[in-house]
Design a binder for this molecule. Sequence first.
Ligand SMILES: NC(=O)c1ccc[n+]([C@@H]2O[C@H](COP(=O)([O-])OP(=O)(O)OC[C@H]3O[C@@H](n4cnc5c(N)ncnc54)[C@H](OP(=O)(O)O)[C@@H]3O)[C@@H](O)[C@H]2O)c1
Length: 306
Amino acid sequence: MSTWLVTGAHGFLGSNAGAFLEGKAETVGQVRTGSAATTFTASAELDLTDAASVSALIQSIQPSVIFHAAAMSSHETCEQDPAGAMLVNATATASLAKAASSCGALMVYVSTDAVFDGSRGSYAETDVANPFSVYGQSKLAGEDAVRAATDHHLILRTNFFGWSPSGTRSILEFFVNGFRSRSQMTGYTDFTVTSIYVQQLLSATAALVERGSTGTFHVASHDALSKFEFGRTVAKTFALDASLLHPGDSTAADHSTSRNRDLSLSTAKLESVLGYPSPSQAEGIATAYDNEAALTGRLRGKGAGA
Ligand SMILES: NC(=O)c1ccc[n+]([C@@H]2O[C@H](COP(=O)([O-])OP(=O)(O)OC[C@H]3O[C@@H](n4cnc5c(N)ncnc54)[C@H](OP(=O)(O)O)[C@@H]3O)[C@@H](O)[C@H]2O)c1
């Protein structure tokens, strides 16, 4: 079995990666404190801004794949701490990519649709990035650091939903929790993305790794939905009361970075390499519905969560 180092193992994506890879690969889950969930083969406790520790860990594990899911991932936190955002999202990424290069590992960097400005949508890998936020700037700087350190990389621009260790991390959980507690909710009609179910993102990633693909890919659902349309689809799939959801305008909300954008990604390159279509968001929501009981138990089991 190959060995994958998964950074950010307590996070939304990192914890899902541990569950996805269980039985398929040896996995070391990097966490800042405590230990990774029992879905991981082993844990490594360190802060990724400590370059010497990063290098020592990678030399000792000799992973075949570094799946870099750790980040300062909130737009708001990055706006408040731009230097911290660059340190975690760009400088620490550079350390990992250099260490990956020195041991021959494939560096998989999880980037974001927020490298684009959202004025148009349907972005291809060849389109010019123009981030609208500190978060997007720092993630784009992370992409550049990876490209500079090693050609043996995958840069995956994405946006995803699913189940998280906390139960509150994702847009899917926002709507499911809200419908189940009978809360009145607003779904933005002016914020559009091609979000993909996180386990489908991991499946596409594994398929790219399996094929030996390298370079930059947009890994997303094939259809764009507004947050309002996404919420309506959640209500229908989970048989919950859609009348609790109201259409609204994101510019009325108090966000430090405005959300009225079309950040949809074209999946044409991914589909041509994999030879099959990306799922629709409705298909992803349906799979998440089917997975809920089994997956949330594994994500929230012993050792999971910070
Ligand atoms: N969520 C989305 O829809 C989305 C969309 C596009 C791209 N992405 C990208 O996908 C990746 C995963 O996102 P996510 O939603 O899973 O984020 P998340 O839940 O916030 O998890 C991020 C993880 O990074 C860890 N981390 C932060 N700073 C660290 C440091 N200095 N050293 C070590 N670990 C550190 C955190 O550790 P602690 O647990 O100790 O805080 C946390 O476990 C990120 O690269 C993000 O930019 C996410």
